[in-house]
Write a protein of this length. Structure first.
Length: 268
C-alpha cells in the first residue's frame, strides 16, 4: 500500500538527513501534557531538538530519559509497507465546541480543548488532553514529510495513551487554525485564549482512515507503549498560516527512529 505526499525541497532534505541518522543512532521527542502540564514543562530539565541538549543527547540529560536512546518502540517512524487490517475499529469522535487556551512552552504551541472531549476506539474511551503542532510534520509517509502536523494526545482512565496525528499541507486556509492563530502566543511561556467557539474536529479530514502502530512520545521522556493513529489523508492550511507557525518554530520535529521489527496496519 503506497501513499505519496508533496513536500518542499528543504523539507525533503530534512527527511533525508533523518533517514541517514537512523543508521547510527536512535534519537528522541514528546512529553505527555496530562502528566506534565505545559506550564511545568518550562521548569523541567532543559532540552531542545538540536545542539548539546538536542535529540542525540536526550538520554544523557536525565536518567529517566534513557529510553529515548535505548527504546525499541520509539517514534516517529517512516510509514511504508503497511498491512491492511479490516478488523480495525473506526475512530468515533466526541469533541466539544468551546474556547481554547494556547500555551507556547518553548517547544511547540499546546492547545487545551474544552473539558469533556474524547474519542472511543474499540469501545474504550480516551479523553482528549491536548493537541500541539510540529514544523515540519513528524509523520513520514514513504519517505515524504508534510509541511506541518498536528498531534492530538488522548489518555484512557487506566492511563493508556493514544495519539492521533494529522498531516497539514499548504493549500486552502483552515478555519480552526484561523481562530487559533488569532491568539497565537509568540514567546516561550506566553499564553492566549481563542475568542471564537471552536471544535478541534475541524482539523481532521472527512475520510478518517488511519495507519496504526505501537510507538512512543516523540519528546522526553519518550514513554513507550503509545498507540499511534496516523490519518491517511491530510488537511490543508494556507501559506500565511504555515509561515506564522514557522516563524516561531523553524524546526521542532524529531528525526526518524528504527522500527525494530514493528509492523504498521492500515484501516483501509
Amino acid at each position: 500500500m503506497s501513499i505519496s505526499r508533496s513536500s518542499k525541497g528543504w523539507i525533503a532534505a530534512v527527511a533525508l538527513v533523518g533517514l541517514c541518522a537512523l543508521q547510527t543512532s536512535v534519537l528522541a521527542q514528546q512529553q505527555n501534557r496530562s502528566s506534565t502540564p505545559a506550564s511545568a514543562a518550562a521548569l523541567a530539565p532543559s532540552w531542545t531538538y538540536e545542539g548539546p541538549t538536542g535529540a542525540l543527547h536526550w538520554d544523557r540529560l536525565n536518567p529517566a530519559w534513557r529510553v529515548c536512546e535505548n527504546g525499541k518502540q520509539q517514534s516517529p517512524i517512516d510509514i511504508h509497507k503497511v498491512r491492511l487490517d479490516k478488523t480495525l475499529p473506526p475512530i468515533q469522535f466526541h469533541y466539544l465546541t468551546g474556547t481554547m487556551k494556547l500555551v507556547n512552552d518553548g517547544h511547540t504551541v499546546r492547545v487545551t480543548p474544552p473539558d469533556g472531549s474524547y474519542i472511543t476506539l474499540g469501545g474504550v474511551r480516551y479523553n482528549l488532553v491536548e493537541f500541539h503542532f510540529h514544523h515540519p510534520g513528524e509523520e513520514v509517509i514513504n519517505g515524504d514529510i508534510s509541511d506541518m502536523s498536528v498531534q492530538f494526545v488522548h489518555r484512557s482512565d487506566d492511563g493508556k495513551i493514544v495519539i492521533l496525528a494529522v498531516e497539514l499541507t499548504e493549500g486552502n486556509s483552515n478555519a480552526i487554525l484561523a481562530g487559533l492563530w488569532e491568539k497565537l502566543p509568540k514567546t516561550a511561556g506566553a499564553t492566549g485564549t481563542s475568542t471564537l467557539m471552536l471544535n478541534p474536529v475541524g482539523l481532521f479530514p472527512a475520510d478518517r482512515g488511519y495507519w496504526t502502530y505501537t510507538g512512543s512520545l516523540t519528546e522526553p521522556p519518550c514513554t513507550e507503549g503509545v498507540q499511534w493513529l496516523v490519518l491517511q489523508n491530510p488537511v490543508t492550511l494556507s501559506r500565511e498560516q504555515l509561515q506564522a507557525f514557522a516563524a516561531l518554530f523553524k524546526r521542532n520535529t524529531r528525526l526518524l527512529q528504527l522500527t525494530h521489527g514493528r509492523h504498521v496496519k492500515a484501516s483501509e
